[in-house]
Design a protein around this ligand. Structure first.
Ligand SMILES: Cc1cc2nc3c(=O)[nH]c(=O)nc-3n(C[C@H](O)[C@H](O)[C@H](O)COP(=O)(O)OP(=O)(O)OC[C@H]3O[C@@H](n4cnc5c(N)ncnc54)[C@H](O)[C@@H]3O)c2cc1C
Length: 466
């Protein structure tokens, strides 16, 4: 018997057997869901952790299984576990959801949790280039990244920088080609990206910036798979035994087009609890789902653009979101948290307990440095540094909301008060815990800027409390 919206579902299908899918399954059982649980995967492998694929590319020959790392025993939790039967189609209506699988089965359930992550981008015609997203990709890359190999990495983003550093450390000749003027410009802005550029040379990696890759031609027959010629827009040609396209990822939502409203980046817009909102881009023909159908569809992890009380809609791509958000989503799906999507001030007024919201968080180990980014930098932010990048110790960049305020706020001592949208910590492992706490409070972080920029003052002691 299908549940009516608002009732606890008696069957759930989870699409995706990665971190978010595994966490969703574990949370469902942990919170007492006794109904029928189906999990559909695409890789034919039990869930594993992706960040070590680049950071520990050469150190680990086996994936970090989530069964070992988080203790998630999927076969014990799931009634119908299909690790190699991906979903190909979804129909959600007022009565139920139906998920068609690659093997041709229709899985019917009261609710679906979409946890199908993202897929790496590979520009058209770049067939000769590899990408790094799965354990299989890592295995191929590991086999090819031997001393003396010529590797061209396209893209100085998170994954490109991590692989370049690891491969150069192992004796490969690595060149990174970046279309922007500095590494990580899109993620960290031009000023901070420029401070990271010298790391490449110091790690023995050649960095070529400000030039786009026009095409990647396959190498001569018999060459290493993944090898080829990288043709740059200025006419230069870089010969490589291995080309890695590290130019970003996109939600793995192609199979949902026409069934659910998709954002222009391919993501699914969900509310704070992870339930589909039904908002869609103007060009999307879907998005006319009945509210009772929308209520059956939830999304977590990389595929979701999730509403955050401080940062607004946050696109996926954060490991920490895939780790933490399923808990909130499952509690809402099971009706354990009433009105879970409401902002905290409304919940407080209604006498409801607060719901923890985690700030977006990315960590990276690249070219001999540790990075931790909390929050969402915007190109409009004012960037200020705490500490000196040239010194051997750590430093941080604070991204301040550029409010164009004609009457900027001041502390009683006359110091400027600023709202911090993001904090990047570089080689500062001891600060990670306190910054995480500050950014996870679910309210904007305002600081006495003079104190915040003094590295001898703890950031928590620079918080401005009017
Ligand atoms: C090499 C690498 C390094 C990374 N390093 C970091 C890092 O340092 N810090 C950080 O914050 N993030 C990092 N990330 C990103 C992080 O791993 C992701 O944010 C996280 O894995 C998201 O989890 P997920 O479960 O949403 O998606 P995924 O981990 O992508 O899992 C989704 C699963 O769903 C499957 N699937 C897709 N389509 C279907 C379908 N139609 N039917 C069934 N199954 C389907 C996929 O095959 C996949 O197994 C890294 C990613 C990579 C690839």
């Amino acid at each position: 018997m299908p549940s009516t919206p608002g009732q606890v579902p008696s069957s759930v299908v989870v699409v995706g057997a990665g971190l978010a899918g595994a966490q969703t399954s574990a949370a469902l059982r942990q919170h007492g869901f006794e109904g029928h649980l189906t999990v559909l995967g695409a890789e034919g492998l039990p869930p594993y952790d992706r960040p070590p694929l680049s950071k520990e590319l050469l150190k680990r020959t086996e994936p970090v299984w989530l069964a070992d790392d988080l203790g998630i025993d999927l076969p014990a939790l799931v009634d119908d576990l299909r690790l190699a039967d991906p979903a190909t189609r979804l129909e959600a209506d007022r009565e139920q959801v139906v998920v068609r699988t690659a093997s041709g089965d229709d899985v019917m359930a009261d609710a679906v949790v979409l946890a199908c992550g993202s897929a790496p981008l590979r520009p058209a015609g770049w067939d000769a280039a590899m990408t790094l997203h799965t354990a299989g990709d890592a295995e191929r890359l590991r086999a090819a990244a031997v001393p003396g190999t010529r590797i061209v990495v396209v893209g100085a983003g998170w994954i490109g920088a991590e692989v370049a550093g690891v491969a150069a450390g192992a004796g490969a000749q690595v060149t990174v080609v970046e279309a922007g003027p500095v590494p990580l410009e899109r993620q960290l802005g031009r000023h901070v990206g420029g401070l990271l550029a010298p790391w490449y040379d110091a790690a023995g990696v050649t960095l070529v910036t400000d030039v786009a890759v026009e095409k990647v031609l396959p190498g001569p027959a018999g060459d290493t798979p993944g090898g080829g010629s990288v043709v740059l827009a200025d006419g230069r040609v870089l010969e490589a035994d291995l080309v890695l396209a590290a130019v970003g990822a996109r939600p793995a939502s192609g199979w949902l087009a026409g069934s659910l409203p998709l954002e222009s980046n391919g993501g699914l817009r969900v509310n704070r609890a992870g339930r589909l909102t039904g908002l869609h881009s103007p060009t999307d023909p879907a998005g006319r789902l009945h509210l009772d159908a929308l209520r059956r569809v939830w999304a977590v992890g990389d595929i979701a653009t999730r509403e955050h009380p401080v940062f607004g809609p946050v696109p996926g791509g954060h490991w920490s979101a895939a780790l933490h958000d399923p808990e909130v989503t499952v509690r809402a799906l099971l009706g354990l948290d009433e009105r879970a999507a409401e902002p905290e001030h409304v919940r407080e007024r209604l006498g409801l307990a607060p719901i923890t919201s985690h700030a977006p968080y990315v960590f990276s180990q690249q070219l001999g440095h540790d990075l931790a980014l909390f929050g969402v930098p915007s190109p409009f932010d004012e960037v200020v540094l705490r500490g000196t990048p040239t010194a051997s110790g750590g430093w941080a960049a604070l991204y301040l909301e550029n409010a164009l305020d004609r009457h900027p706020r001041r502390t009683p001592e006359g110091h400027r008060v600023a709202t911090v949208r993001a904090v990047l910590l570089v080689d500062s492992p001891r600060e990670v815990g306190q910054v995480r706490k500050l950014m996870n409070r679910g309210v904007p972080l305002t600081v006495d800027l003079e104190r915040a920029l003094d590295p001898t003052v703890k950031l928590k002691d620079a918080v401005f409390r009017p």
